[in-house]
Ligand binder design. Structure first.
Ligand code: AMP
Length: 252
């Protein structure tokens, strides 16, 4: 219910027993109005910010929040569904190396780095992305192997599923388009040599070396799950999160 609807609820009775036409004016002097429940009405002030890693793809911010600056990134959302079976198996396998590996939330494929936009640029940026993606076709996204990544600060290690060859071609095309918009806004483009992936497990610190020693075992598990819990999905929309705003762009 919108705030307006709550306000409209005042003044006239809305009891279903009453006829549609017979509105009974309430005597405002004698009857105390109930306090409206506005808990479901979004009232996030534009300038106030509480850092929530969920808003930037489950990743913790690697730069401090500056008032008026908003962490922004573009990504493909992957609906976890049946993937949990594979994630559980990989988590068990990694526990022999490090038993503190955790499952990633809000599983996604990044199509940009996390960049910073000032509030007044969020809407123009989103419109530019939407315009740039206008003729991009929907495509099938599949994964074929495991790779271990580390963030640039080397504070977190990720075990990820690598996009397959066919998907890579579409992903490259999209990031090129997104990069052009990022450059227009003087923001850092994606990696020069992008490696498209979907992080599914993460662990604190740089554990790349240790986890790479079991990559064959992990790849074996993935190979067994392709077509079972790991299926190709149709990507017909992309997402952008900027602070507490969320945009979607539909593909052709
Ligand atoms: P993500 O799951 O998209 O957040 O990616 C996990 C980490 O992979 C990020 O912190 C990236 O910095 C890192 N990464 C390292 N090398 C690459 C690469 N070539 N392409 C994409 N991401 C990379």
């Amino acid at each position: 219910m919108s705030g307006l609807a709550y306000i409209c609820g005042y003044g006239y009775g809305s009891n279903s027993d009453e006829s549609d036409c017979e509105y009974v004016p309430i005597d405002r002097k004698r009857q105390k109005l109930p306090t409206p429940d506005l808990s479901k009405v979004s009232i996030v002030p534009q300038d106030e910010h509480v850092d929530d890693p969920e808003l930037h793809g489950g990743r913790s911010r690697s730069f401090p929040h500056v008032r008026g600056n908003w962490a922004t990134f573009i990504y493909i959302k992957y609906l976890e569904g049946e993937l949990q079976n594979l994630v559980d198996k990989l988590q068990t396998a990694t526990s022999f190396i490090d038993n503190s590996c955790q499952k990633c939330k809000d599983i996604h494929v990044s199509l940009s780095r996390t960049v910073v936009l000032t509030y007044h640029l969020i809407t123009p940026f989103s419109i530019s992305i939407q315009t740039a993606l206008k003729n991009v076709e929907s495509f099938e996204l599949g994964f074929d192997s495991v790779k271990v990544y580390c963030n640039e600060e080397k504070t977190r290690t990720f075990i990820a599923l690598k996009a397959d060859c066919a998907s890579n071609q579409y992903l490259q095309k999209i990031t090129k388009i997104v990069d052009e918009v990022l450059l227009e806004y003087k923001l850092e483009p994606f990696y020069e040599d992008p490696s498209f992936h979907m992080s599914i497990l993460w662990v604190n610190g740089n554990k790349q070396k240790e986890l790479t020693t079991i990559i064959q075992d992990l790849n074996h598990i993935v190979a067994e799950e392709i077509g079972r819990s790991l299926k190709s999905v149709l990507v017909n929309k992309l997402h952008c999160k900027s602070g507490n705003k969320h945009f979607q762009y539909f593909l052709e």
